[in-house]
Design a protein around this ligand. Structure first.
Ligand code: 2PG
Length: 207
């Protein structure tokens, strides 16, 4: 039985382009972001990947990416569940600030800790640990059972909500998670074993 789980970070957003902390803010995709999402769909199609259901967040950039991938696969209108549990990590008071301005104000190191550490939240926002605490229960309840039943599942979400999932799937630790960066529009194709651990992982970063 195929136990397929594909994770895709949304394509470039308007605020990725402007270098702004985004979190739960809801900017749309740029033209490049739309093309990245379409390319993700084409790469999946070229490898004969098709889905039985898709999951996405409550934010437009992930939903648009999900729809574009499904369109490229010839599966527009596939059942898609949108849930805030898969939203980007909440950046709190940093949301909307320019990342370089933040570095100038609080220092390179502090900003890196807020962006990539496991358990230090930005002011008023969520740490990655907080994000894991909402992404993981949702995934275990709503997504994993479907994968284990043989449904082929797409999850189109965000840099940090997917880092939370990849941390668990790849067995990363609090020491190694800061080094994990997920590129926009690059699907991660996981196939799981019958004990839910990872059999194979493929990063579709080229055609
Ligand atoms: O701004 C954000 O919400 C995220 C993703 O774009 O940024 P970072 O890479 O700093 O976690």
């Amino acid at each position: 039985m195929e136990r397929l789980l594909v994770l895709a970070r949304h394509g470039q957003s308007e605020w990725n382009l402007k270098n702004l902390f985004t979190g739960w803010k809801d900017p749309g995709l740029t033209a490049l972001g739309v093309e990245e999402a379409r390319a993700a769909g084409r790469r999946l199609k070229a490898r004969d990947v098709r889905f039985d259901i898709a999951f996405t967040s409550a934010l437009g950039r992930a939903q648009a990416t999900c729809a574009l991938i499904l369109e490229e696969l010839g599966q527009p209108g596939l059942e898609t569940v949108a849930d805030a549990a898969l939203n980007e990590r909440d950046y709190g008071d940093l949301s909307g600030l320019n990342k370089d301005d933040a570095r100038a104000r609080w220092g390179e190191e502090q900003v890196h800790v807020w962006r990539r550490s496991y358990d230090v939240p930005p002011p008023g926002g969520e740490s990655l640990k907080d994000t894991v605490a909402r992404v993981l229960p949702y995934t275990m309840r709503e997504i994993l059972p479907r994968v284990m039943r043989g449904e082929r599942v797409l999850v189109a979400a965000h840099g940090n909500s997917l880092r939370a999932l990849v941390m668990v799937l790849d067995g990363l630790t609090t020491a190694t998670i800061p080094g994990l960066e997920l590129a926009t529009g690059v699907p991660l194709v996981y196939r799981l074993k019958d004990d839910t651990t990872v059999a194979t992982k493929e990063i579709l970063d080229r055609d």
